[in-house]
Design a protein around this ligand. Structure first.
Ligand SMILES: C[C@@]1(CC(=O)O)c2cc3[nH]c(cc4nc(cc5[nH]c(cc(n2)[C@H]1CCC(=O)O)[C@@](C)(CC(=O)O)[C@@H]5CCC(=O)O)C(CC(=O)O)=C4CCC(=O)O)c(CCC(=O)O)c3CC(=O)O
Ligand SMILES: NC(=O)C1=CN([C@@H]2O[C@H](COP(=O)(O)OP(=O)(O)OC[C@H]3O[C@@H](n4cnc5c(N)ncnc54)[C@H](O)[C@@H]3O)[C@@H](O)[C@H]2O)C=CC1
Length: 207
């Protein structure tokens, strides 16, 4: 079965990472960009986590010790990223029992959510999954998508977001409004940039 791409608000939510090695660090970097709070528990924690504590002030905590069962209590999601299969399995089993979202880095059977390969341009986010069949394929497809994204798309997205309440207020009729959003977007796409006030007025007059 393929996996459903929920887009989840993880800001200020607590994520437990069991393990403090390279892969744990990569997963921590991924979720911190979306505002999550990260708790790392491991006997050995790689030094990059000290840099993360500085970069994301107050969002990263490390506990230098072995995992205990109660560490998973009240976590929004958990990442099992140790190099010990038995520990990863145990973490996963506890989470499955408690209905906590868990990603396990060494066995997809022990996951109930997966990390996609991610393209992020501001709030535009694309996630690629191969269903766990080939992370390399996911990575390579991600690179292609990254290269296909026009330069100003992030700027255009911010502008369209700011414009949205104005258009909603100006155009009551739903069909017309839909057409306006379509037209404005096409014009931005063609221009490769946001519209000037005159261009916007003209687009709205044409409706
Ligand atoms: C199931 C999943 C669970 C999860 O981690 O969420 C998982 C599992 C495993 N990965 C393994 C290996 C590698 N993973 C990568 C890379 C990425 N792995 C990612 C996701 C996922 N990896 C989930 C499935 C996603 C999907 O494909 O749908 C990406 C997309 C996102 C991320 O990790 O952030 C990220 C690309 C980031 C980017 O865009 O650059 C590379 C290549 C590289 O490092 O560049 C290699 C080495 C090559 C190889 O072995 O294929 C191993 C074997 C470990 C071993 O042999 O010991 C397992 C275990 C297993 O297969 O069961
Ligand atoms: N999902 C993915 O994308 C990938 C997953 N992997 C898998 O990830 C695993 C971890 O890789 P690395 O981070 O490179 O390993 P690493 O050797 O750098 O780190 C292992 C970490 O696990 C911790 N640990 C061991 N026992 C523990 C316990 N009882 N409680 C808490 N922490 C404990 C160690 O202290 C250390 O911090 C590998 O075994 C491999 O199977 C590898 C490549 C990609």
């Amino acid at each position: 079965m393929s996996y459903f791409p929920f887009f989840v608000d993880i800001s200020d939510r607590e994520c437990l990472i069991v393990g403090g090695g390279k892969i744990a660090y990569r997963k921590a970097c991924a979720v911190l960009k979306y505002g999550a709070k990260v708790l790392v528990v491991a006997p050995e924690i790689c030094e990059e986590f000290e840099l993360l504590k500085k970069e994301y002030t107050g969002a990263v905590k490390t506990w230098q010790r072995e995992f205990t069962d109660s560490d998973t209590d009240n976590r929004f999601f958990v990442i099992a990223a140790t190099d010990d299969e038995k520990i990863n399995k145990k973490v996963s089993e506890i989470c499955f029992k408690k209905n906590i979202l868990v990603n396990t880095v060494d066995r997809k059977e022990y996951c109930n959510f997966y990390f996609p390969s991610i393209v992020k341009k501001g709030d535009i986010v694309v996630g690629v999954s191969s269903g766990g069949k080939s992370p390399v394929l996911a990575r390579e497809l991600r690179k292609k998508i990254e290269n296909a994204i026009p330069e100003n798309l992030e700027k255009v997205n911010v502008w369209l977001g700011d414009l949205r309440p104005y258009i909603k207020e100006q155009i009551q009729e739903e069909e017309k409004r839909k057409e306006a959003f379509e037209n404005i977007y096409r014009m931005c796409e063609k221009k490769g940039d946001i519209l000037t006030e005159e261009e916007l007025d003209k687009a709205l007059e044409e409706l």
